[in-house]
Design a protein around this ligand. Sequence first.
Ligand code: CU
Length: 162
Amino acid sequence: MRAFLLAVSAAALAACGETEPAQTVVAEQAQAAVLEVRDAWAAPTPGGVEVAAGYMTIVNAAAIDDRLVAIATPRAQRAEAHEMSMDGDVMRMRAVEGGLAVGAGETATLAPGGMHVMFYGVTQPFMEGESIPVTLTFERAGEIAIEMPVRRVAAAADHSGH
Ligand SMILES: [Cu+2]
């Protein structure tokens, strides 16, 4: 399974070309089901900030529910999926309990102001222009390796308030 995933990833990367920043990685599941991660990116960490945010869109075209259960990168000590919630009048973030569910046929959008990947213990700053290698582990699709290009957050959707 892992070897197959890597082969698919390599094909996707090759098809992507040099000029296309958005990366698409497709994992074929045993029953011809497809889980796709697209438009992944991470915000830069200026001034030695040790916390960073990452974003992506997870498309589950499979006929079976899946769940993002783990996130790992060599660039941070810990990474987890976060969601926003209202605590009275205050918007807070918290870890998504039990993993981020992506139901059959559903799309999970991680974007500024909403769900995101939180990186803790960033030792080497995320610099604009580089890409952060991230391994996502799904309950059913297994491990999917992606790259998160580092780019600036648009307008007021900055994550530095955390
Ligand atoms: Cu967060």
